[in-house]
Design a protein around this ligand. Structure first.
Ligand SMILES: [Zn+2]
Length: 281
């Protein structure tokens, strides 16, 4: 090799090494880091994303909740890192509570007790590694009540770790009507817009149709103050709700931006916080 060629090779290698170093400094997912990189990392807050694997009408794949949660976790951690937070994202849990989805084919369901135990084990493991602040990012409505109960259990079983929960669709709710025209939660205009902004290549928009939703028999069941579990096989003809044909990536980006700004601010505050005896007061 001529010396000019050697110098060119060295320059290329150095550039690659610098790019790799920059990547590992900015990498926010545990799964992207090696053992030495993890050992060097100063982590104050870990994020535990939890999704679900279930039918999402005719146009969104079964992985929608998991991919959405995974992408939102990575993006919000990157935004928080830019603000100076020291965060790390754990692998995304692809199984959720779908006890009301049977017999929709291959809707994957774990029992509330199983999800609770998974969360408790993950928090205990984080504590063993010196983590005292953990944020669950939930991307599936069927997990909500279980995760709220898990927080109550953890408050007693592992009070050393401060655990908070954020849900992918909640932080922008006060701005929702400015962006989204039609209602519905599951596989709706809203969820489709978010998915189009995050993973458009995985969506069959040409198959999207407005759902024919079943009518609830009791007027009282339509009120927000009665709680019950919806038997999902009867909710609509597509397993989705609302009108996903109105979904666009542009709408999704507007909602995601609100989420990212609000939750990255929270992560920075939490990362900087001293965990005193009286925290969060
Ligand atoms: Zn979903």
């Amino acid at each position: 090799m001529k010396s000019a060629t050697v110098i060119a090779h060295c320059a290329t290698w150095l550039a690659l090494a610098a790019a790799t170093a920059a990547q590992t400094q900015t990498a926010v997912k545990l799964e992207d880091l090696t053992h030495p990189e993890v050992r060097q990392r100063d982590v104050r807050v870990v994020i535990l994303p939890i999704g679900s694997t279930e039918p999402h009408a005719n146009h969104l794949p079964y992985g929608t909740d998991t991919w959405t949660t995974d992408a939102m976790a990575a993006r919000v951690a990157a935004r928080a890192t830019e603000k100076g937070a020291k965060v790390l994202v754990l692998p995304t849990m692809p199984y959720g509570v779908n006890t009301n989805q049977a017999p929709n084919p291959y809707a994957q369901s774990i029992r509330p007790a199983t999800l609770t135990q998974f969360v408790k084990d993950t928090v205990d493991t984080a504590e063993q590694h010196g983590i005292r602040k953990l944020v669950i990012l939930n991307g599936h409505g069927g997990n909500t009540t279980t995760l709220q109960a898990a927080l109550r259990e953890l408050f007693a079983s592992n009070p050393k770790v401060f655990v908070a929960m954020v849900e992918t669709w909640v932080p922008y709710r006060d701005q929702l009507e400015k962006v989204i025209e039609t209602g519905g939660d599951h596989a709706s205009e809203e969820e489709t817009s978010i998915a189009l902004a995050l993973f458009p290549e995985r969506i069959r928009m040409e198959k999207a149709v407005k759902a024919r939703e079943a009518e609830l028999k009791l007027p009282s069941l339509k009120t927000p103050y009665i709680n019950f579990i919806r038997p999902w096989k009867y909710v609509s003809d597509t397993t989705g709700l609302g009108d996903p044909t109105k979904g666009t990536a542009e709408k999704g980006k507007r909602l995601i931006e609100i989420f990212l700004e609000r939750i990255s601010t929270f992560l920075k505050e939490l990362s900087d916080a001293q965990l005193t005896e009286t925290f969060p007061y």
